[in-house]
Ligand binder design. Structure first.
Ligand code: ZN
Ligand code: ZN
Length: 417
């Protein structure tokens, strides 16, 4: 299924194959210097330097540590390609020679171990590989490339911050935006795509269940918030099982419970951390309304007065569902099928995880987006795990896929794919 050696996709592969040792070295540098969300200072400077070296015009400091790099190549569309830059508070246990030993302060001032356990180091390296290959192939495309390094993907806040800081108005307004994520569930170099819904929306809530504390020897003088919190947790579980149609996706998780400090003292309050996932906005609205109703109703049944009902705060780290543009995605998928063949390209199901790349599409006017997955194989373990050690050859496949997509979107007139 390989096309003749002279076509741009094959030339890109040759370039990336030749560059692979240098890219693998760059990957090890990114991997050994992981930084937490919003603190990607070394990472963004390193990425900016590599993009500048590749001939791009770089603007740093967008929305904090965000980076934008432009390569203008005549009249034509503007294509944005995004890589995310942040790492996770995970202690690396891969035992690799370039394993991270980094510790840093998290947002709450606690020192934590840090690791690139989600493959964002691979994404940045693939972005640099694609940037170099496309800079070497300027006779095969027309338009403008906008390569970006996005901070804070793990806290799903970096895309919004780059947009609020004028990424589109100050740098360039894209006609299309693409991004990828490594996927252990797909074999190395295989591509998963989907038109429409690709990942879930999510919201996080803090709930403070208030009671009236006192001595454990006299519960009759108290309103025990520990018992009340336990009742609320169980009652919340019936929202999804009894109020949402089985054909709709909804997840409600109480992921943290904190309350009390002593065996014989009933506390005044218990705090819960709640997370929801959904594909449809109506489901989100229903879950939020039902959480409020169940919390209030259960507290009232426990005898709490109206001014001591649970306090619920929706946190800013919410993210809408991500929908791929059907036209752009269909076009990119067709280019993938043509270059990589049907054995390596398949349609996938949407995931219940969340991702803030979709925010880049929610501009006015909207920007068509295409987010796809590239296999890094099961043998390297799973995302967010301390033993995640993907096959680095995924870098070549990921960079090549980005180039194939870019060559298609930026194909000059008369060569439209
Ligand atoms: Zn992640
Ligand atoms: Zn990730």
């Amino acid at each position: 299924m390989m096309k003749p050696r002279s076509d741009p996709a094959s030339r890109a592969y040759e370039i990336l194959d030749r560059e692979f040792p240098a890219l693998e070295q760059l990957y090890r540098e990114f991997h050994a210097h992981p930084e937490l969300s919003g603190q990607e200072h070394w990472t963004s400077a390193h990425l900016a330097g590599k993009l500048r070296d590749a001939g791009y015009e770089v603007t740093p400091g967008i929305g904090g540590t965000g980076v934008a790099a432009l390569l203008r190549n005549g009249e034509g569309p503007v294509l944005m390609i995004r890589a995310d830059m942040d790492a996770l508070p995970v202690k690396e246990e891969t035992g690799l020679p370039w394993q991270s030993r980094v510790r840093m302060m998290d947002a709450r001032g606690k020192e934590v171990d840090v690791m690139h356990a989600c493959g964002h180091d691979l994404h940045m390296t693939a972005l640099v590989g694609a940037a170099r290959a496309l800079a070497a192939l300027t006779s095969s495309w027309k338009g403008t490339l906008l390569m970006i390094g996005q901070p804070s993907e793990e806290s799903v806040s970096g895309a919004a911050r780059m947009m609020a800081d004028g990424l589109y108005t100050r740098i360039a307004w894209p006609d299309a935006a693409i991004a990828l994520h490594v996927a252990p569930e797909l074999p190395v170099g295989h591509i998963g795509y989907r038109e429409g819904m690709i990942s879930a929306g999510g919201e996080s809530l803090d709930m403070v269940v208030r009671g009236i504390g006192g001595h454990a020897a006299h519960p009759e003088t108290t309103r025990d918030p520990v018992v009340l919190a336990a009742q609320i947790i169980l009652a919340l579980q019936t929202i999804v099982s009894r109020e949402v149609a089985a054909t709709s996706m909804a997840i409600l998780t109480v992921a943290a419970v904190h309350g009390g400090s002593k065996h014989n003292a009933i506390p005044d309050e218990v705090s819960l951390q709640v997370n929801i996932r959904y594909f449809e906005k109506e489901i989100r609205d229903h879950l939020l309304t039902a959480i409020r109703r169940v919390a209030d109703g259960t507290a009232r049944a426990a005898g709490m007065p109206p001014d001591r009902l649970p306090q619920i705060t929706i946190l800013p780290e919410s993210v809408p569902p991500m929908k791929n543009d059907p036209v752009l995605t269909g076009r990119v998928a067709a280019a993938f099928l043509q270059v990589f063949g049907p054995d390596r390209v398949r349609k996938i199901e949407p995931v219940t995880g969340s991702e803030d790349f979709g925010i880049f599409g929610m501009a006015d006017p909207p920007v068509p987006i295409c987010y796809f997955r590239i296999g890094c194989g099961e043998s390297g373990g799973y995302l967010h795990s301390s033993s995640f050690a993907p096959d680095p050859s995924v870098i070549r496949g990921a960079a090549h896929a980005l180039v194939v997509a870019a060559l298609d979107v930026l194909s000059p007139p008369g060569q439209a794919g």
